[in-house]
Design a protein around this ligand. Structure first.
Ligand SMILES: NC(=O)c1ccc[n+]([C@@H]2O[C@H](COP(=O)([O-])OP(=O)(O)OC[C@H]3O[C@@H](n4cnc5c(N)ncnc54)[C@H](O)[C@@H]3O)[C@@H](O)[C@H]2O)c1
Ligand SMILES: [Zn+2]
Ligand SMILES: [Zn+2]
Length: 344
């Protein structure tokens, strides 16, 4: 076999299912036969032409699992047929930032499915060191969530949140829902969610939030009431709105922290009250993606059933219908996540 199916985004909003040559692998790489690939918010931005438009034609897809189909000459630790998930963040592996697991700061960084061809295809080539073997008996439609879970694992780690801390989460989208579950796992309390959608609020409560507020006018009072008048230890912005980032500072307690997570257009800035931040010992903490240990921890947590993964993440389309899967996303708000079943 020398060709495979790939969903190539040739222009904004236009996937073409093509027969393309199998990706070539170098001595340190593996070829992964893809079973499932999740659709992420970033994929939606790429589809709409709002992100990485200069990189088209591109095969997107970076939340995936599969099995090793071929391995490079120097690869020892993975066998053909081994099930894997893949850390998509490819750095040089040797610089200051790569060694600190801050791979996105590496001057050479690229990401599978964003900066190079990804997993809306039968096969994808990746560096073997980034393929993580999966030994647990875990279904593909759960395993495929490893990368998004790694993002919230990293955010929790970077924010240094621990048990007994109060948390406000802006946004109960697919990622906000995982933040809620992650905050449950670390023992945060109370967990208060804000989302304009009543349906998303309902899902956040199901995921473990103590309160979910859809009316913005009620949020501040709810936070005040549930934190003995102090404000939250931590506010996580998981929407990507400058206005909400501003509000986040207003909802934190004195000496509280704001997790910078939601992605805004480039160049957005915020006025930060310098003196207040110094005197209160407040902080803001950015986090991006999930890499290295975040991926391992996410896989461990999913393997041991620590995340409740309901039907809301399991809407599934075959690769041939990827165009339809993307075009109907807005009509399916109940589907927090849609997956492409690449292999039957
Ligand atoms: N930093 C990272 O590592 C990382 C990783 C993944 C995603 N993200 C970003 O995190 C954010 C969340 O991702 P997602 O996939 O869940 O996004 P999404 O767009 O699917 O969901 C956002 C949610 O925010 C809600 N919302 C919109 N405006 C609101 C408002 N004014 N107040 C309250 N809620 C509001 C929407 O109803 C929706 O439920 C996005 O900005 C995404 O780009 C960051
Ligand atoms: Zn993603
Ligand atoms: Zn590097």
């Amino acid at each position: 076999m020398t060709t495979m199916r790939a969903a190539v985004l040739t222009a904004p909003k236009r996937f073409e299912l093509r027969d393309v040559p199998l990706p070539e692998i170098g001595p340190e790489d593996v070829l992964v036969k893809v079973t499932r690939t999740g659709i992420c918010g970033t994929d939606i931005h790429i589809f709409n032409g709002h992100y990485a438009a200069d990189r088209l034609p591109l095969v997107p897809g970076h939340e995936f699992c599969g099995t090793i189909a071929e391995r490079g000459a120097n690869v020892r630790h993975l066998d053909i047929g081994t099930r894997v998930v893949v850390d998509i963040n490819i750095g040089c592996g040797a610089c200051f930032w790569c060694r600190r697991n801050e791979v996105l700061n590496c001057a050479e960084v690229t990401q599978v499915g964003i900066g190079r061809d990804g997993a809306f295809a039968d096969y994808v080539a990746v560096p073997a060191r980034l393929a993580i073997p999966v030994t647990a008996d875990i279904a593909d439609d759960v395993l495929v969530l490893t990368e998004p879970v790694a993002c919230v694992v990293r955010a929790a780690r970077k924010a240094g949140v621990t048990f007994g801390q109060s948390v406000v989460i802006f946004g109960a989208g697919p990622i906000g829902n995982l933040h809620v579950q992650m905050m449950r796992l670390v023992g945060a309390a109370p967990i208060i969610v804000a989302d304009l959608s009543a349906e998303r609020c309902r899902m956040a409560l199901e995921a473990g939030a103590d309160a979910a507020v859809s009316d913005p006018a009620e949020l501040k009072e709810t936070v005040r009431r549930m934190t003995d008048g102090r404000g939250a230890d931590l506010v996580i912005e998981s929407v990507g709105s400058k206005k909400l980032y501003e509000q986040a500072f207003d909802l934190t307690r004195r000496g509280g922290h704001v997790a910078f997570f939601g992605i805004t257009p480039p160049g957005e800035t915020l006025p930060v009250d310098i003196l207040r931040t110094v005197l209160e010992e407040g902080s803001l903490k950015g986090s991006v993606a999930g890499m290295g240990e975040d991926m391992h921890d996410a896989l461990t947590l999913l393997s041991h059933g620590r995340f409740r993964i309901g039907d809301f993440t399991k809407a599934s389309y075959p690769l041939e219908r990827i165009q339809q899967a993307f075009e109907t996303l807005a009509d399916r708000p109940q589907d927090l996540k849609t997956q492409i079943a690449v292999a039957a």
